[in-house]
Design a protein. Sequence first.
Length: 194
Amino acid sequence: MTKICPNCKSENTDDATFCQDCGNELLRTADPGTNKNKKTNSRGTMDFWNKQSTGRKAVVGIAGICCIGLILIVAFGGMFSPDKTTTTTPATNTTSTPPSTTSNTTTATGTQVQIIYDGAWSGSINTDGTGQSVDGSGNKDIDIPSNVNIVAAVIQKSEDNSQTLTVNILKDGKIVKSASTSASYGVVSISTSV
Ligand SMILES: [Zn+2]
């Protein structure tokens, strides 16, 4: 003798408690009373459902849809989210170049008269009223004694050309006064207190 599953109509062995096909609980055919009770219970469930207001049905339905949606979002999210272990960008090497310490600016302390000219020049430097004649060719830094308060310099190009002669007065490596000329036999006259 076989049991016919009330759910999927498949045949099951007589001693089976649950359907081998759909897992539905199989009722003893020899006990029609139980069968009837089951049917009653089933109908009772439907009655309960039908008694529920339409609004509550809608809420339950929406909740179900939301559940499905959530599952889909999680599934798709997992599918398309980038694999964190393989796409981690290596830390960019941010070793910044340290500021150059080899600048060409004069780092000497004290006062200097700096002559910048690509040629011959001559003139005088006056320090606190004491003058000294200077001449040379090309760039030259002339040290001034540290006890000097006023420095004046008059430097003239020794050549008839349009090259620029620049005279700077430096205090601890910084230009405190600067003047230049590009005139033929041009003269730069400069003075400042230091
Ligand atoms: Zn079944």
